[in-house]
Design a protein around this ligand. Structure first.
Ligand SMILES: *Cc1c(COP(=O)(O)O)cnc(C)c1O
Length: 216
């Protein structure tokens, strides 16, 4: 199956309100172009250098989503062009994004990353921490960021009920903040459950581009 076939097949399963982000990390620019030519415009990357490189050489109307763990000192490289930063996991990072947004005269879209998995390896805020940020007075000072919603990653497990419960906990938490209505969860392995549990943005890599090879 081609990238185009994969894309169309996935799109057919998605309700219209769900945005498909094609996660192109580690994949060649040629493959991104293939997806682009099939109509895809939202792409996700999680390494700063790879993202800036691809942005420079690929069509300028691509919406680039940064979905990885972002270090404060690297915000400046992506701030001028990034469409949305999904993995915001501290107020410090939010302040840094705001600072770079200001420099570029932009308001940068952000999602707060919530930690819902039962694994230590994943990043993110607890619900309490996210609440503290959202209700804090300091947030009002940040005029160059716009928090649109939440991002999360479920546990890497075969237990569908657990995955479902984890997504559901995000949806439930987000319901307290109706204006923050972007919910970014669901990847190749748990796409269907994520959509059933209210995701509005799914981040799909290997089902579109094939398995990633990190040994190259
Ligand atoms: C790599 C990645 C994805 C896509 O994963 P697939 O299993 O290839 O669909 C989604 N979200 C994040 C944060 C990622 O790093």
């Amino acid at each position: 199956m081609s990238v185009k076939d994969n894309l169309l097949k996935i799109k057919r399963t998605l309700p219209p309100q769900v945005t498909l982000i094609a996660v192109s990390k580690t994949k060649s620019k040629n493959l991104v172009v293939e997806a682009y030519n099939a109509g895809q415009r939202d792409f996700g990357e999680n390494y700063v250098q790879e993202l800036t490189e691809k942005h420079e050489h690929l069509p300028q109307d691509i919406k680039w989503h940064f979905i990885g763990h972002l270090q404060s000192n690297k915000v400046k490289y992506i701030a001028p062009f990034v469409y949305m930063i999904h993995g915001v996991d501290s107020f410090k990072l939010l302040k840094e994004i705001n600072k770079e947004g200001k420099k570029n005269n932009l308001v940068i879209n952000c999602l707060l990353q919530l930690f819902i998995a039962k694994e230590e390896t994943k990043f993110g805020l607890s619900f309490e921490e996210a609440e503290a940020i959202l209700q804090g007075e300091e947030l009002k000072q940040l005029q160059n960021i716009s928090i649109k919603g939440f991002m999360a990653m479920a546990s890497n497990t075969d237990d569908e009920n657990q995955i479902r419960e984890e997504f559901r906990s995000v949806k439930k938490f987000a319901a307290k903040y109706p204006a923050l209505n972007v919910l970014s969860y669901g990847m190749s392995s748990d796409l269907k459950i994520a959509v059933e549990e209210g995701s509005t943005m799914v981040r799909v890599g290997s089902s579109i581009f094939g398995e990633r090879d990190y040994t190259k």
